[in-house]
Design a protein around this ligand. Structure first.
Ligand SMILES: [Zn+2]
Length: 483
């Protein structure tokens, strides 16, 4: 065994069992699978090439859908002058504790501090005020792929970092109805990517008043359930009403010649959703990637016992053929054993391993091993390409099916206080209960159990009372602890 080999072998073994220590398991998978590394800056990570390749695929899936729904990409500055930021009071108050400021530039103290964008409603709204004159300029549908900065105290790779990558959509409309439709459309896009691409079964709905975005009239979100029973907010879509239009003077002349304020929306997804994928699908052997976002969907590992040349040639031919239907890597390194390679590709979450050795050659078969279940099957050489296509689809679908079962079995519906508190204290997952929508009640629930509302599902049944305080219930709400 070479030194590097010994080092990595040990590294793989250092990953604790997922059920024993989820937090340490998560961190080790991020590091050992080479998705990310800690940077020499507190709270920041380096997105390594393998992690970046996954992120690029996630971005491409979102981006394609944004464009298909009429949006265009643009880019706005990282710096926001303080005076500009101060104009929407609620927004400022919400973000103030997390804003990082530039006070010096080129050795001089700045006359006005510049915020590093925590989000871009302010700077984009200011530009919209300039660009929008008439109802004919509406709607304006822009998305930005960018980094943002939020000065967080505790940080974790992808889930919470000082600087992170995301997309933020910002739109302006002539009517409230159009803006509301846009918010639901983009929430739908988020849900579709989460489920169809990332295989994460989510819940979607409106946020409570205390959980909504600072400056929004209403916030809608998708949330994914993590193995420790905590919910991960994975995407948000906001109805901003005319709040930002008034603060930044975004007006237009309508068809009736009246000057009116526009209705704006914003919506965002960050690399946090990748953290959700890692945590939800991974197992004791490491990462499990849905085929749709795996940089390598399959890896061909030749088993060199005898007839090395022959096996190597067969593996190359197999890779070339599979390349027609999937993203496939050939691992023909001779310095590593096959078993070592199996461990490494499992750790890195490649959906299908293709083994080919001397015995397979004799029998004209190959062995396929799926990463999600570790199930093996021997397939006639002539049918490998066809089987690979089906298998990748099966893995993608099965991951989502398992995620749905997991979400549903860990959602408890309760109606009265004792069961409600006990269910939240057990921290198994979502607790769905009739709720009064009072901020004070939500604070009390949080103090008693650590949980808050995640999304509000549907209106409560006629005559239902709040599971916690007994006041008349207005909605059925999902409660859980959260990341
Ligand atoms: Zn209540």
């Amino acid at each position: 065994m070479t030194d590097a080999n010994a080092k990595t072998k040990k590294a793989v073994e250092r990953i604790p069992r997922k059920a024993d220590d989820l937090s340490e398991w998560y961190t080790q998978v991020c590091l050992q699978a080479q998705l990310a590394d800690y940077a020499p800056v507190r709270g920041c990570i380096v997105l390594r090439p393998y992690g970046y390749a996954i992120w690029e695929r996630i971005c491409a899936e979102f981006d394609r859908r944004f464009k298909a729904t009429g949006h265009h990409n643009a880019y706005f500055p990282l710096f926001i002058p303080e005076s500009l930021l101060m104009r929407e009071a609620e927004h400022v108050e919400g973000f103030a504790p997390e804003v990082a400021w530039v006070t010096q530039g080129g050795g001089e103290t700045l006359r006005e501090r510049l915020a590093l964008r925590p989000t871009s409603e302010v700077i984009i709204g200011t530009m919209y005020a300039k660009w929008i004159q008439s109802h004919r300029d509406l709607p304006i549908l822009i998305n930005q792929w960018a980094n943002v900065v939020r000065w967080e105290k505790a940080t974790r790779p992808f889930l919470r970092t000082l600087e992170f990558l995301w997309q933020e959509g910002h739109t302006a409309h002539a009517t409230r109805e159009e803006a509301a439709e846009e918010v639901q459309r983009m929430l739908g896009v988020y849900r579709e990517v989460a489920e169809d691409v990332l295989a994460l079964a989510v819940i979607a709905g409106r946020k409570s008043e205390s959980e909504k975005f600072a400056g929004a009239e209403a916030t809608y979100a998708i949330e994914a359930l993590m193995p420790d029973g905590k919910a991960l907010q994975a995407g948000t879509s906001h109805e901003l009403g005319q709040n930002f239009a008034r603060a930044y003077d975004i007006t237009f002349t309508d068809a009736d010649e009246q000057r009116k304020h526009v209705w704006t929306t914003s919506w965002g997804v960050s690399w946090r959703i990748l953290g959700g994928v890692i945590m939800a699908h991974g197992d004791d052997n490491g990462l499990v990637l849905p085929p749709a976002i795996a940089p390598h969907q399959a890896v061909v590992v030749p088993i060199f016992r005898k007839g090395v040349e022959e096996v190597a040639a067969a593996a190359r031919a197999l890779q070339a053929e599979l390349a027609g239907v999937c993203r496939v890597q050939l691992d023909d390194r001779i310095e590593q054993s096959a078993a070592w390679k199996f461990n490494e590709w499992e750790l890195r979450g490649v959906p299908v391993r293709v083994e080919i050795g001397p015995r397979d050659l004799e029998e004209d078969v190959v062995t396929l091993v799926r990463r999600d279940t570790l199930a093996k099957e021997r397939v006639a050489r002539a049918h490998v390409v066809e089987r690979m296509q089906v298998l990748l689809r099966e893995i993608q679908d099965d991951l989502l099916a398992r995620s749905k079962v997991d979400r549903d079995t860990r959602t408890m519906r309760v109606g009265e206080r004792e069961a409600f508190v006990a269910a939240l204290q057990a921290q198994r997952g979502y607790v769905l209960a009739p709720w009064c929508e009072r901020a004070e009640c939500e604070r009390d629930v949080k103090a008693a159990t650590g949980a808050v509302t995640r999304v509000l599902a549907q209106p409560a049944e006629q005559g239902a009372v709040c599971a916690y305080c007994g006041c008349p219930a207005r909605v059925d709400a999902y409660f859980a602890r959260s990341y």
